[in-house]
Design a protein around this ligand. Sequence first.
Ligand code: GAL
Length: 368
Amino acid sequence: MRRIAISVAVSTMSLSLAGCGVLNAAGDGASASPTMGDNVTVGLLLPEKANTRYDKFDYPIIDKKVAELTKKKGKVKYANADADAAKQAEQMQQMIDDKVNIILLDAVDSHGIAPQVKKAKDAGIPVIAYDRLAEGPIDAYISFDNELVGEVQGRSLLEALGPTAGLSDKIVMVNGSLTDPNAKQFKEGALSELNGKVTIADTSDTKEWKPEVAEAHMTEVINKIGRSSIAAVYAANDGMAGGVIKALKAAGATKMPPITGQDAELDAVQRILIGEQYMSVYKSYPDEAEAAAQMAVAKVQGKDIQFDALTQDHVDSPTNKDIPSQLVQVSALTKRNIKDTVVADGIYSVDEICTTGYKSACAAAGLR
Ligand code: GAL
C-alpha cells in the first residue's frame, strides 16, 4: 500500500470532452475541459468527534476552500458519524439520495463502507477517500503518509529513551481502531523502528480510538506488568495518550515515561510543554483539507489536468489498484518546535496554548 511515485500521463478526457460545449469559463488556464459551473455540492463524511481535528479543522477548512474555489457558489454538506459505522452508511445513503456532486469520505469502517461506495459510483457520484483509504471503487485518495507517521512516532520514542535503549526496555503499544486502515499503517511504521531495539511487552488495538478504552486497557497492563517496569508507551494518537496518562496517574505515577501521540491536539501540546507527553505528530490539516477541496472541485468541474496534478501518487487498497492519490508529509512535534509548527502555521495562538498553569513552561520553551 506504500506510495509508488509514478508520474501520471495527462488525461485525454479533457480533449475528448472539449467538443461538448460549455468551456471552462473561469479562464484560469487550468484546463480546456467543460465545467458544470460553480454550483457544486460536495458531500463531506467525517468519522468522529472525540478527536478535535474533524470539527475544528477538517470541516471548516474544506468548507472555506470550496467556497473560495467556486466564487462562493459551491457548498459543503457535512455529516459526522460519531464513530458509528452504521450511522455513516446511512449518512452516505442520504448524500446519494440528495444527489450531491461528489463525496469526500473519511470512513469509520473502511471495509464495511465499500457497498455504499459502489452505490455512489453507480449513481454517477465520484468518491474521494479522505484521510482513510475506503475500500470499493473510489476515484482518488488524499491522506498523510501514514506509515511515516508511525516511523516518526517510533523514532521519537527511541530518541526519548536515549542511547542506552535496549531489549530490557519494556514498551506498551496502544494502537488505533482495527476498522481504520491508517491504524495498521501507524503500527507497521512504528514497529519498523522499534522491532529488535526494545521489547514490546503488550500490544493492543483500541475500539473506535476511544480514550477511555485505552485508559482501561492501560490500567490492566499496569496491573499485569507493574508500572515501574514500563519504559515507554507508544500511543497512536493524542486522545489515547491522554487516557494512558490518566491510567498512569491513577496508579501513582508522578513522572511520566516517554509517551507518543498524534494530531497535535491542544491538550496534547500543553501536556508536551509540561513534560507529561513526549511528542505528537503534527499533520498540517490545511495542506490535507485544502488539497481535498481542490481535488473535489476539479473532479466535478472536469478539470482533469488539475486533478491529475493533485494526485501524482498511487496506492493500492485491498479492492482497487493504482488509486490516484496525494500523500502529505508529517513531522514530529516536541517541546522544541511548538513555535515552528502549530504556532507558525496558525493552528493555535500562543494565548490559546499558554493559559493559566502553563505560563512558566511556555516561557521556558520560548513561547510568548
Ligand atoms: C486516523 C487519523 C488520525 C486520527 C485518528 C483518530 O485515521 O488519521 O488523524 O484522527 O484517525 O480519529
